[in-house]
Design a protein around this ligand. Structure first.
Ligand SMILES: C[S@@+](CC[C@H](N)C(=O)[O-])C[C@H]1O[C@@H](n2cnc3c(N)ncnc32)[C@H](O)[C@@H]1O
Length: 480
């Protein structure tokens, strides 16, 4: 029994080793090999827990495909290119992108598709979406699975590191084993795409310790940890606890991971947060605090209610404000930027988060389109956190040889890539019902306030290429 299985493992882990970081908790909940949220079932769409932009309209992936084609042209139309997507979900974004890419014969002839996906279950969904009809997926000697879409080879990797390590191996052997010349990653420009991948990476949570005396100044930063509640059962119940009552104003079909709006869903730090697990504050500095202290604000964060961005979670008082740091997202964009600079490539990362960091109080749990308490349904709830685009842009700008565009909203990006023209083209051959659906889906993607401004796009490319297509000049070119 999946949920009880993960809860039992979490309880055992904490009882044996002591409270765990929220980052470890989130990682186990999402990607535990047996019980992880993404590892077992389809979590998208009406029958799942949430919906994403590419699942709302085919136009989304088609416009990202347009971005890839235009980027390839801007690069001078190299004969071979590698298109890498991290966290492809059901494969919908890539399927829609490939419809556009395959119309450009020279690009399609030299393109290879690389998917970074941790979940064997999601890989299978991606195969179903992307495999040529009747085309079989084959495993090579290294356990990699390959297939083809319109002649383009597709491979899967469990992490960016795996993909790059494979390159190193191929480099040593003078090219990738059994891959056509065009598919070899070595010395081929990489175009990276990720949509709602970074928000699924685990975050550490930090907050200021309470004042030593009433009315005094807040204490030092401390890490927020996950502990066992005093009344936790020795062994977890067979069936998971019910989903928390939805927030009164939670919509029945929320935009992907909309922030909770009331305290019931805001992950309040108290024992009531879950039956068996609770948040506690580390009594002294943890290794993560020592590592990431430079990323924490030097002045106390404002009460969440005063925060300027509409994405903020509700006020819990200055003491309750938690700053979240996502080391894996920082490491991912740094590695991508290095690979982009090395291979003369480009990257487009779309996710939801505020334009200015740091990120406060954003981690959220969603079950069947309703918010749940953060610790209530380990392995059963989607956990995610807002992306700190400030920190990512800084990490990218630290990599020599990169030119980054100014951060765009989703509305700006889709507009720049031709949303209106594409929707109008589809409307010409649509029936009455299809027309209404097309228009409402497009409006939803660019709604203000809503997905149009809550989602942001960060793009960068090799500095010799210029400014990323569809973006205003941003950080500028760093010295190579
Ligand atoms: C929120 S879904 C986004 C799916 C898709 N991009 C979309 O927008 O519809 C996150 C995706 O990333 C994958 N994923 C989550 N954590 C991952 C990790 N650490 N490494 C690789 N893939 C991961 C999940 O299995 C899933 O396919």
């Amino acid at each position: 029994m999946a949920a009880g299985g993960l809860l039992a493992e979490l309880l055992g882990h904490i009882r044996f080793r002591g409270p765990m970081t929220f980052s470890d908790y989130m990682r186990m909940c999402l990607t535990h090999p047996v019980h992880g949220y993404y590892m077992r079932r389809d979590v998208f769409g009406r029958g799942g827990d949430f919906i994403t932009g590419p699942e709302i309209s085919q136009v989304y992936g088609e416009l990202v495909g347009v971005w890839c084609v235009a980027t390839w042209q801007q690069m001078g139309e190299p004969p071979a290119v590698r298109i890498v997507e991290a966290g492809p979900g059901r494969g919908t974004l890539m399927a829609d992108m490939l419809r556009v890419i395959s119309r450009h014969e020279r690009l399609a002839r030299g393109a290879s598709i690389e998917l970074i996906e941790v979940s064997p279950f999601m890989r299978q969904r991606q195969r179903e979406a992307l495999c040529a009809p009747g085309g079989a997926a084959v495993a090579d000697g290294a356990g990699e699975v390959r297939t083809r879409h319109g002649g383009m080879p597709i491979s899967w990797h469990s992490s960016l590191r795996d993909l790059l390590a494979r390159d190193d191996l191929a480099d040593e052997h003078g090219g990738q084993p059994d891959a056509p010349a065009s598919a070899s990653g070595v010395n081929v420009p990489s175009i990276f795409v990720a949509h709602e991948f970074l928000d699924a990476l685990p975050v550490h949570k930090f907050r200021r310790a309470p004042p030593a005396r009433p009315g005094g100044a807040l204490g030092p930063w401390r890490e927020v940890l996950v502990d066992v509640s005093d009344d936790a059962p020795d062994s977890p119940p067979d069936s998971p606890p019910p989903v928390d009552a939805p927030a009164p104003n939670a919509v029945a079909w929320p935009a992907r991971r909309e922030p909770p709006r009331d305290e019931a869903s805001a992950g309040a730090v108290d024992a009531a947060d879950a039956d068996s697990l609770r948040f506690v504050l580390a009594p002294s500095a943890t290794p993560a605090l020592a590592l990431y202290a430079p990323l924490l604000p030097s002045t106390p964060p404002p009460p969440a209610g005063d925060a300027p961005d509409s994405l903020r979670a509700p006020e819990r008082g200055a003491e309750g404000v938690e700053v979240e740091v996502c080391p894996l997202a920082l490491a991912f964009v740094t590695e991508v930027a290095r690979e982009v600079a090395r291979s003369r490539g480009a990257a487009l990362l779309i996710d939801y988060g505020p334009a200015r960091g740091p990120v406060f109080d954003s981690a959220r749990a969603i079950v069947r389109h309703e918010f749940a308490r953060l610790l209530a349904r380990p392995g059963e709830a989607d956990l995610s956190a807002l992306v700190d685009f400030d920190a990512l842009a800084q990490a990218v700008s630290d990599v020599p040889g990169i030119s980054a565009g100014a951060l765009s909203t989703q509305r700006e990006l889709l507009g720049a890539l031709g949303l209106e023209a594409r929707v109008n083209a589809l409307l010409r051959s649509a029936s009455g019902e299809q027309r209404a659906a097309l228009i409402s889906a497009a409006e939803r993607l660019v709604a203000l306030p809503g997905m149009g401004d809550e989602y942001k796009a960060l793009a960068f490319c090799d500095a010799r290429t210029g400014t990323p297509v569809g973006f205003r000049p941003g950080l500028g070119a760093n010295a190579v």
